[in-house]
Design a protein around this ligand. Structure first.
Ligand SMILES: Cc1cc2nc3c(=O)[nH]c(=O)nc-3n(C[C@H](O)[C@H](O)[C@H](O)COP(=O)(O)OP(=O)(O)OC[C@H]3O[C@@H](n4cnc5c(N)ncnc54)[C@H](O)[C@@H]3O)c2cc1C
Length: 434
């Protein structure tokens, strides 16, 4: 049964969230606008505002809603989470206020799934409580999209593992209390069993942040980089620092990335909607040649195309969420890849139209469009490039198809007409049509 209604009780929670995000979270975006600030646990002023807001979220029972009840969440499932994340996506700070900020969400999930009791109490609990932030250290300077090319290695030395190598784009490394590091532990094993995942406390000797890489629109001279280029110089961790088993690195990474991608897509629906709202307000406010921008047909095309694309994208995300909730684990793999591709494209389309509609104001730093625009390329790269996800979609979809049985395609009209004639030969003959 398909049903697009939201239960009244849950709608009331969404309404509360909507007001709370606009009134309480968006001011944080204005006061502490840099992308790294929600993760900077040393920003005392921001934390002083943040903590009471997080308490209010907890009081509403809306803290860390991506988690099951066993970990302090509500276990709402992905469809409800999608509706919530649409609201959170409006604001950069909102996910932190609600305990659902990436990459900590994904790191919490794999600690919950694969962690030992000791790892859970030491790392997971403070992460879930919002007291610390974490870093996922997988991509390397020479390879990203294909983890089979990774070379950062960990070798066993008595009761310890010794990690050596470099990692690239380890987001929030500078603020993190611990790192989850993927390293080659058995170079001779099959490609998907060569690597393991390690939980490494930030204070471990040998972790060197070569630099905090700056992405557009940030500035190096303002020390705004948040993506750690890291060298692990013979970093020693105890044998039990491994997350999951030895050789399980790929499996752990996969478990983490699916959820992260779809949650990003959910939040992107919210950002697209906010950009659309800006566009709609502008075309109804700005005049040219004696009429509103809204009266111009090409502008109407912008509005219609954006609204249709957004509706399609939103339905894709909700359908994917529904599949995750209702079908066996792994069924949504293709759908998640579709969401990942669509989110980068539709975000780019809507933001570029919103910028254009705002004219010169659209290219200034005086509107949120500036920051969103500069984040367009990242959306098509982080958690895997668009091309890789398109390839996944194509390969999975094609598994449901077979080659044509004969020389011509199965839809070849003369061939099919011949078969239809043969099927009804007697009747056609009776009516003089044979
Ligand atoms: C904002 C941001 C945050 C990130 N945070 C983290 C993080 O916290 N931790 C972490 O470990 N990593 C992180 N990453 C890294 C991210 O996972 C990688 O950028 C991504 O996997 C791509 O790897 P790469 O950058 O090395 O590009 P490459 O692998 O070098 O790919 C470059 C380009 O080659 C093409 N390409 C690659 N593979 C294929 C293919 N199979 N078919 C066709 N074309 C292909 C695509 O055009 C692709 O964009 C982050 C990236 C960004 C942008």
């Amino acid at each position: 049964m398909w049903d697009f209604r939201t239960e009244p009780d849950f709608q009331a929670k969404l309404d509360w969230m909507d007001t709370f995000v606009r009134e309480e979270c968006e001011p944080l975006d204005l006061l502490f606008p840099h992308i790294g600030q929600p993760y900077n646990t040393e920003n005392a002023a921001a934390r002083a505002i943040l903590k009471p807001l997080q308490d209010q979220v907890r009081e509403q029972g809306l803290w860390a809603c991506h988690l099951g009840p066993d970990l302090g969440g509500q276990g709402y499932g992905q469809v409800k989470l999608a509706l919530m994340n649409e609201i959170l996506g409006r604001s950069m700070w909102a996910p932190t206020v609600f305990g659902t900020a990436a990459p900590d969400t994904g790191n919490a999930e794999i600690l919950a799934m694969f962690g030992t009791a000791e790892q859970k109490s030491r790392y997971l609990q403070p992460l879930l409580d919002g007291d610390i932030v974490s870093c996922f250290s997988m991509t390397e300077p020479q390879a990203g999209a294909d983890p089979k090319e990774f070379v950062c290695a960990a070798r066993r030395d008595g009761d310890e593992w010794v990690i050596s190598g470099e990692k690239w784009f380890s987001s929030n490394a500078r603020y993190a209390a611990f790192f989850i590091v993927m390293a080659v532990t058995d170079p001779d094993a099959s490609p998907y069993r060569r690597m393991s995942m390690f939980v490494v406390p930030a204070e471990t000797p040998g972790i060197e942040i070569i630099r905090n890489v700056v992405v557009m629109p940030d500035r190096e001279e303002l020390d705004e980089g948040t993506h750690g280029y890291i060298r692990y110089n013979d970093v020693r961790v105890p044998a039990d620092a491994i997350l999951g088993g030895a050789g399980q690195g790929f499996e752990v990474a996969q478990a983490r990335l699916g959820g992260g991608r779809v949650h990003h897509a959910m939040r992107t629906v919210g950002k697209c909607r906010r950009a659309f709202d800006m566009m709609a307000e502008r075309v109804l406010s700005r005049r040219t040649q004696g009429e509103l921008l809204a009266d111009k047909q090409m502008v109407q095309q912008f509005i219609a195309d954006s609204w249709i694309e957004l509706a399609q994208f939103r339905l894709l995300v909700l359908q994917t969420a529904w599949i995750i909730d209702n079908e066996p684990h792994g069924t949504a793999r293709t759908d998640i890849a579709m969401c990942k591709v669509a989110m980068a494209k539709i975000f780019a389309d809507i933001i570029s139209r919103a910028v254009q509609i705002h004219g010169s104001l659209g290219v200034t730093a005086e509107l949120p469009l500036y920051e969103w625009w500069t984040s367009v390329p990242s959306l098509a790269l982080a958690d895997g490039p668009t091309e890789v996800h398109k390839a996944t979609v194509a390969k999975q979809v094609l598994k449901g198809y077979r080659p044509a049985a004969g020389l011509f395609p199965s839809e070849h009209i003369p061939t099919r007409r011949e078969a239809a004639r043969a099927r009804y030969a007697d009747i056609l003959k009776e009516h003089g049509l044979a």
